[in-house]
Design a protein around this ligand. Structure first.
Ligand SMILES: Cc1cc2nc3c(=O)[nH]c(=O)nc-3n(C[C@H](O)[C@H](O)[C@H](O)COP(=O)(O)OP(=O)(O)OC[C@H]3O[C@@H](n4cnc5c(N)ncnc54)[C@H](O)[C@@H]3O)c2cc1C
Length: 298
């Protein structure tokens, strides 16, 4: 059953983001379904405020001064997940609030292979479409067949992959006008579900070994530069363990910044800038941020 739709004011984004830091969003809407969201956006005017979509907040920092926006929280209500057709022609439809690990397990349980890499990425389908999330040599858009989008006025559209320029952790539409992802059709390979489940558990163990998962973090802070790794550059410049208050460059994985207590968004953002500038100064390489930072300074 779908949850009730809710409209909230002054939503603390520290509870909605993986870093557990940051200010409040002016308004938050958690739709109960894609159709509900469409009606809500068509009927309500927040014309002076931008619309921002948030999935599981695993790649997002909201500054301490907050976000003057209507934030659409997709992860509770935009939860449709189904398989259409069967055999080699089957397509999987996932609404944008579905967690990637859920999609990976669903695909494996249906006897398909190819979604395993998604199992350890703690984001939503919508966030992954916006970022072209990926790991271990695969990216989400490799599997996308078509997407469903919505405008800030609630108009729903379907678009082919060819409507987007897709790159490494980067997706830009070729069309004019802002649209958000509300779902996508994925194609996976009909195969061996048991093999897929075994691969998922192998990849999850690898993450536990390599990543500081016991403390709030946002995954990789920087993208890897061509032919190198951001973590290697950060570590080789002696920045592991560097801190700014409770924000700390992880000892376990140098491209992760953990919140070791009650870090503010400013603690984290300043530490990101410090790492970026020291790596550039010592190695001549300007690391590009992977995490998205939005909102106002205090
Ligand atoms: C422990 C850990 C490990 C991680 N490992 C990986 C990894 O291996 N590979 C990887 O790529 N990432 C990784 N990440 C980062 C993150 O999980 C991914 O980028 C994920 O795709 C973000 O999804 P989200 O739902 O959390 O997005 P959010 O953080 O909620 O949003 C990210 C951005 O996408 C936008 N957005 C969200 N939903 C939509 C939508 N429906 N339509 C349009 N825009 C939208 C937001 O406005 C924001 O700009 C990791 C993060 C953590 C914490």
């Amino acid at each position: 059953m779908n949850p009730q739709a809710t409209l909230l004011e002054n939503v603390p984004m520290s509870r909605q983001t993986a870093w557990r830091a940051g200010g409040v969003a002016r308004f938050g809407y958690a739709p109960s379904s894609e159709e509900d969201l469409s009606l809500f956006l068509a009927r309500h005017s927040f014309s002076d405020l931008p619309v921002v979509f948030v999935g599981l907040g695993s790649n997002l920092l909201v500054r301490d001064g907050g976000l003057a926006a209507l934030v659409v929280f997709t992860h509770r209500g935009l939860s449709k997940l189904s398989i259409l057709g069967h055999g080699v022609d089957a397509l999987f439809y996932a609404s944008s609030g579905v967690a990637l690990p859920k999609l990976a397990r669903f695909s494996a349980n249906m006897g398909y292979e190819g979604a395993e890499f998604m199992a350890g990425i703690p984001g939503s389908v919508g966030g992954a479409l916006a970022m072209n999330a990926g790991c271990y040599g695969s990216e989400v858009w490799d599997c996308v067949q078509r997407v469903r989008t919505i405008t800030a006025n609630g108009e729903i559209k379907e678009r082919p992959v060819s409507d987007y320029l897709v790159g490494y952790r980067e997706v830009s539409p070729k069309h004019e006008g802002k649209e958000f992802f509300i779902g996508a059709w994925f194609g996976f390979v009909a195969g061996d579900g048991q093999k897929s489940r075994a691969r998922i558990s192998e990849l999850l163990k690898r993450r536990v070994r390599e990543q500081p998962l016991s403390k709030p973090n946002s995954g990789s802070v920087f993208r890897n530069p061509d032919g190198d790794f951001a973590a290697r550059l950060i570590e080789s410049n002696g920045l592991k363990g560097r801190s700014n208050g409770p924000a700390v460059v992880s000892d376990k994985h140098a491209n992760f910044i953990i919140n070791n207590g009650d870090a503010t968004a400013k603690n984290i953002e300043d530490l990101i800038a410090e790492v970026q500038s020291e790596v550039e100064c010592k190695s001549g390489i300007r690391l590009k941020r992977e995490v998205h930072i939005v909102g106002d300074h205090l």
